[in-house]
Design a protein around this ligand. Structure first.
Ligand code: ZN
Length: 277
């Protein structure tokens, strides 16, 4: 087992990024995932940014925070099949029983699939869970749908076992000291970003507000998984502008492992600069 992990500090918080999984990027995948972006625009971007689409491995980067008093997991990964998180935690010396809080940034399968095992048992039996209320309500509605019974069953398996332990957020708020939930809708109806702050250091986790580093420059590119593309663009720009203005270290869920970097200015363009604190 060779699961990628990366440790760093945010002030007094110990942070660990675990790769739940990854897959190679390609020009073909970009064309499929960004149907509204003309191929010339992709070629132009490759020239302007020096991107090799095939060389960018997209990831699932899971953040685990040890605040000193609490163990907080941000999303639960893909789960059964491809998800590596449940193997990675014990390997990193962390028992799932000790996870106190799981923040679910949104309800997509690659973020909630790892909440339960195949029998529907909770993998983190002692955790409390946090999600945006509009997202939770939306997901529970999807869980009733008949058009895609497998997906509905998947949602029920992962979300119904936590319904008595979930705290639902309706506005920007501190989930706990140093971990602030920011509304970041558009990718999904109740998608959440996080601002983590300890000892004067900060990290802005934009999660799925951008899926590919090129979107830091081309903020109007929305992948087909953005449910409300117009709103997703506004959210993306707002977060990226803030990161640039405040020179914040940034984390992303799907950029190449460990998904950490900053937004820097190159001439007229804002660009992604991967860097690991
Ligand atoms: Zn995702």
């Amino acid at each position: 087992m060779n699961i990628k992990t990366h440790r760093f500090q945010i002030g007094g918080f110990r942070a660990l990024v675990i790769q739940d999984g990854g897959r190679p990027g390609s020009l073909e995948a970009m064309i499929k995932r960004y149907p509204d972006v003309p191929q010339e625009a992709l070629e132009n971007a490759a020239r302007e940014l020096g991107i090799d689409w095939e060389a960018i491995e997209l990831s699932r980067n899971i953040l685990l925070l040890d605040t000193g008093s609490q163990c907080v997991l941000v999303d639960a990964g893909e789960g059964i099949g491809d998800g590596q998180l449940t193997d990675a935690l014990p390997a990193a010396g962390i028992s799932p029983e000790t996870v106190d809080t799981i923040i679910l940034t949104h309800g997509h399968g690659d973020h909630i699939g790892g909440l339960t095992d195949a029998e529907g048992r909770l993998l983190y039996p002692n955790a409390r869970y946090v999600m945006w209320k509009t997202e939770w309500d939306f997901m529970l509605e999807l869980a009733q749908q008949v058009e895609d019974p497998d997906y509905a069953a998947f949602i029920r398996r992962n979300l119904l076992p936590i319904q008595d332990r979930i705290s639902l957020i309706e506005s920007e708020t501190d989930i706990q000291p140093g971990i602030r939930a920011l509304p970041a809708p558009g990718h999904t109806v109740g998608h959440m970003a996080l601002l983590i702050e300890s000892g004067g250091e900060r990290l802005l986790h934009i999660v799925d507000a951008a899926h590919h580093p090129a979107q830091i420059t081309y903020t109007d590119w929305s992948p087909r998984f953005d449910r409300q593309p117009e709103l997703a663009r506004v959210t993306r720009r707002t977060l990226i502008e803030r990161a640039a203005r405040e020179n914040l270290p940034v984390m992303t869920y799907h950029f190449p492992f460990p998904g950490l970097g900053r937004v820097v200015q190159r001439g007229q363009m804002a660009v992604w600069a991967a860097s690991t604190p």
